[in-house]
Design a protein around this ligand. Structure first.
Ligand code: N7H
Length: 490
């Protein structure tokens, strides 16, 4: 990438799922392979797809329109947004061989599954075979993301995409490897993930793009966009400017089993039992189902606080930093939101900016059935289609998963209130992974007996596959990816 300053940021050049995010009720993830004998046709067709790409400028504009409509009760705005991203294997097939400078993307997620501590087996020839659904072990060259207000709008957009690539005809240039459909949950559960907790509460604002709320972290553009200020990698191909890396994970959740665990493990000494189980869930996650952060609402839920979009301004996990020894009375060090964004826990270790990601995922699968509730056992697939953007996967998703959630000694420097000994926080109980067959515990679950470890008797979020992708800017799609090598402009 050139050493001169990049041109000013233009949101028309950036895919809409990255900055701002597409206001969606439903999203289809269409994983595809490119027919290797029709790469030239695919390239030409790619230029026809460019006008369909939903940009960050459009998503910003639509979000304003949606806010206006909510004020005037004018009903749902029709939104249909297409984005396209490529894996390393996909870029290779297009003849784009330059190293992006991102080691995780270059290797692909399958190669890193063991280090992510995904479940699986080691074969006699010492290869790790993760317990993923078969589609993610196949070659995936790219992914079309179609977000919309309704399934009908998704279908309309997907039909256009399939027409462009001649899908279903003898001249098809792409083949579907897997199609995943995500839906916002119905009714009052909208905005809540399948365990029941409000999601999308804490997201960094991007400098110069988002109007940030009080207490919302502001990150430099290069934390999310390649080649912008804050991108720590200096060796990038010119075409990577204003792109972003997408970490996609297919994460089924075992909801009845999670609920049964909370029922069997209420916070000791707290009554009534249902409340003690709700408190247990809040201490595992770091927020109540309402979204209220337990670092403030540590004794009881506070739905008004949960609904307050500015609640990030009210806590940094440092209420007792003036004490020599910090307590877990308010929030366990291992709670999911604290592990994945430790706020003041890292003030003395360089802060968190480089580790921030933009989460754009969506729920998949049906609501619990009466039978699942009565059996306490999952019978239908449901969970999170996790999707997160960053300029650097080893610093973003990969770091959060491997070095924080899976790392029992993180956050560092914590001391036991009574003994003064070093505390091992344990695993993030929601997404922390010990590795195949290994047990997990967390510290600080019981506010009155903080040094007691809680045995996390099962995993309730399963890693069933995924891939790393690169989401190029629109100029790069048009002038590089869609052209044969001798005509490329960058
Ligand atoms: Fe998490 N959950 O329901 O427990 N997440 N997450 N996540 N997550 C968050 O703050 C959840 C996953 C982050 O800034 C909330 O928006 C579930 C992965 C980060 O304070 C809830 C799954 C990774 C934050 C959940 C899952 C992360 C965050 C609170 C999987 C990265 C922001 C709502 C099925 C490796 C923390 C909110 C902050 C928040 C849940 C996955 C990261 C409720 C169920 C894989 C950075």
């Amino acid at each position: 990438m050139s050493t001169s300053a990049p041109p000013p940021l233009d949101l028309n050049n950036i895919q809409g799922d990255i900055l701002v995010g597409i206001a969606k009720k439903t999203e289809t993830y269409y994983f595809f392979q490119i027919d290797s004998s029709r790469v030239n046709d695919f390239r030409k067709q790619l230029s026809q797809l460019v006008p369909l790409i939903y940009t960050s400028a459009k998503s910003q504009d639509d979000k304003k329109k949606i806010a206006d409509r909510k004020r005037t009760d004018a009903g749902l705005l029709k939104i249909g947004g297409v984005n396209i991203v490529f894996s390393r294997k996909g870029l290779n097939l297009l003849g784009i061989k330059d190293n992006t400078g991102d080691t995780a993307f270059e290797a692909g997620m399958l190669a890193g599954a063991k280090d992510l501590h995904d479940n699986g087996t080691t074969t006699p020839d010492n290869k790790f075979d993760p317990d993923w659904i078969p589609a993610f072990k196949k070659q995936i060259h790219g992914l079309v993301l179609v977000s919309a207000d309704s399934h009908q709008t998704v279908d309309e957009s997907l039909r256009k995409v399939e027409q462009i690539f001649k899908v279903g005809t003898p001249n098809a240039t792409i083949y579907q490897v897997l199609r995943l459909v995500g839906d916002v949950r119905p009714g009052n559960e909208a905005g809540h993930e399948h365990f029941g907790f409000l999601d999308g509460v804490s997201q960094p604002a991007v400098d110069g793009v988002d109007n940030h709320l009080p207490g919302q972290d502001v990150v430099r553009q290069g934390i999310i966009l390649v080649g912008r200020q804050g991108d720590v990698t200096t060796t990038r191909p010119a075409w990577a400017l204003d792109g972003s890396f997408l970490a996609f994970r297919y994460l089924p959740q075992l909801v009845p089993e999670f609920n049964a665990f909370l029922k069997a493990n209420p916070v000791p000494g707290v009554l009534p039992p249902d409340f003690a189980s709700d408190l247990a869930g809040a201490r595992l996650v770091g927020r109540w189902k309402s979204g209220a952060p337990i670092d403030i609402a540590f004794a009881a839920d506070n739905p008004t606080l949960g609904a307050d979009k500015q609640n990030n301004d009210l806590f940094r996990y440092n209420f007792d930093f003036d004490q020599d020894i910090q307590s877990q009375a308010r929030c366990p060090f291992a709670a999911h939101t604290r592990k994945t964004n430790p706020r003041a826990d890292l003030d003395q270790f360089g802060g968190t900016e480089l580790k921030r990601i933009l989460r754009r995922g969506i729920q998949f699968g049906p609501e619990l059935t009466a039978e699942e509730i009565s059996l306490g056992r999952t019978q239908k697939d449901r969970g999170l289609l996790f999707a997160a953007y960053q300029s650097n996967i080893p610093n973003g998703f990969q770091f959060i998963q491997q070095s924080w959630a899976n790392n029992v000694t993180f956050p560092p420097g914590k001391k036991d209130q009574k003994t003064g000994g070093t505390i091992q926080a344990g695993f993030d109980p929601i997404i922390g992974q010990a590795g195949p067959g290994l047990p997990r515990t967390m510290n600080g679950f019981d506010p009155k007996a903080q040094s007691t470890n809680l045995s996390l008797t099962a995993e309730w979020v399963l890693s069933k596959g995924g891939e790393y992708f690169f989401s190029p800017s629109l100029p790069t799609l048009k002038n590089v990816f869609a052209l044969p090598a001798d005509q490329r402009e960058l």
